[in-house]
Design a protein around this ligand. Structure first.
Ligand SMILES: Cc1cc2nc3c(=O)[nH]c(=O)nc-3n(C[C@H](O)[C@H](O)[C@H](O)COP(=O)(O)OP(=O)(O)OC[C@H]3O[C@@H](n4cnc5c(N)ncnc54)[C@H](O)[C@@H]3O)c2cc1C
Length: 395
């Protein structure tokens, strides 16, 4: 007999694990199905750390969602009795009128958020790991820091199971078949019936949501870790997480020496290389490491010791570099979540709540209209010509 559920969540990465936890906490009969295992190396959610920041340069309209995300991360920590978020602060470095610096300042001012503007001398005495050009400044966001992605996903899955959700791993869903009385989801070995389905399958989203085939583009990302030359300068108390606007050279993100592997850095969207999510990640090559080695030597010399690790990861870019979180047009029983574009993890705690709202209530009080299918269509219609993905965002 086909098992029956109120809600089935397909894909248990950052968004799916959080959604499943919210559903189970509300007492509904929920199942989560994951093709591999939590935070695996082909997903978008591995690599020890993800930035969180409140003064959002991309657009001030994200700030209300971020405030709720902070509350929800705190609630997760309380339930787990362990730390997921470390508030090291985040520095956003660049020329005063650069997208990241000007955008962060504007976002903080609009929402009355605390921030500090630091010139080159203040940076040298307070955060000496960073090298600034004479015409650069930094905006310090004291609420910023980093999240532990693997621990967050494991935590949400643990709570979901505790609250009664069914979890399946190593099972790929190959089809979603809606009919008059519900939705059937199909894997190689089983069929499940659900009243509602959440599709949160990261770089594979277009396989189950054909409406995103032309728009959700998986791309390759590379990050590397370095042993510091000056271990004191790169400790989290002395070196906050950072974003750095290099103008035409894109933007970089990085973390202090959190673990034994040292300082981690990456360039947002890296070389903008499209990938097929079903092929193995192209291995890290000399061009990748030359880019990151060059950045760290120039901008963070205290951290520029031996490179001890470099790995690939995957973004799913949407044309607007925003998120897509909505009911599927034509079938409101299917909830679609593609919140990546290189900056989605910090929102997972609130997106999980939103996905549960959308599945159970058909709507949410949280502000997500900017992430609808119609907002994406409007964006595409207004765009005069297909733009390249920008390399100034992320993290
Ligand atoms: C290197 C890197 C750095 C980043 N830095 C930041 C940062 O600093 N701050 C930030 O906020 N964001 C950051 N991001 C973005 C953030 O990590 C992503 O937005 C987020 O992880 C996406 O989560 P997800 O749940 O959509 O996808 P994933 O976590 O990848 O989960 C999707 C899951 O679905 C499963 N799946 C796929 N197809 C199926 C199927 N058919 N059946 C069953 N299961 C399926 C997959 O196996 C996978 O586990 C970064 C991303 C990368 C790659």
């Amino acid at each position: 007999m086909t098992a029956q559920y109120d809600v089935a969540v397909i894909g248990l990465g950052a968004m799916g694990s959080a959604a499943l936890s919210y559903l189970a906490a509300r007492g509904v009969k929920a199942i989560g199905i994951e093709a591999f295992h939590p935070a695996h190396a082909l997903s978008s959610s591995h690599g020890d750390s993800r930035l969180i920041r409140l003064g959002y340069f991309e657009d001030p309209s994200y700030v209300p969602l971020l405030k709720q995300a902070y509350l929800n991360w705190q609630a997760l920590e309380t339930r787990l009795r362990s730390d997921i978020l470390a508030a090291t602060g985040v520095l956003q470095i660049g020329k005063p009128d650069s997208k990241i610096v000007a955008g962060t300042r504007a976002s903080c001012q609009l929402h009355g958020l605390a921030y500090e503007e630091l010139g080159r001398e203040a940076m040298a005495s307070r955060f000496p790991a960073f090298q600034l050009d004479p015409d650069e400044i930094a905006i310090f966001d004291p609420r910023g820091g980093y999240l532990r992605p693997e621990a967050a996903i494991a935590g949400y899955l643990k709570l979901a199971a505790q609250d009664g959700a069914v979890l399946h791993f190593g099972e790929k869903i190959t089809a979603i078949e809606p009919d008059d009385t519900g939705v059937t989801i199909v894997s190689a070995d089983a069929r499940y019936r659900a009243k509602k389905v959440i599709v949160s399958t990261g770089v594979w989203i277009a396989e189950l949501v054909p409406a995103l085939r032309l728009h959700a583009q998986p791309i390759r990302q590379v990050v590397a870790w370095y042993q510091p030359r000056d271990g004191f300068a790169v400790r989290p108390e002395r070196m906050p997480c950072f974003l750095r606007d290099e103008g035409e050279g894109g933007s970089y993100f990085g973390f202090p020496a959190i673990g034994a592997e040292g300082v981690k850095i990456g360039r947002h969207a890296h070389f903008l290389e499209p990938i097929d999510p079903n092929l193995p990640n192209p291995p890290v090559n000399d061009r990748d490491t030359a880019l990151l080695d060059g950045f760290i030597a120039k901008r963070l010399p205290a951290a520029a010791g031996q490179r001890v690790n470099a790995v690939t990861c995957r973004y799913t870019m949407l044309p607007s570099e925003d998120f897509l979180i909505d009911l599927l047009p034509g079938d409101p029983r299917i909830v679609v979540a593609s919140p990546c574009s290189g900056h989605g993890f910090k929102f997972a705690s609130v997106i999980g709540e939103i996905l549960a709202d959308l599945a159970l209530d058909g709507g949410t009080a949280l502000p997500v209209s900017a992430f609808s299918f119609s907002a994406m269509e409007d964006f595409l219609a207004k765009r005069a010509a297909p733009d390249a993905i920008s390399q100034t965002s992320g993290g």
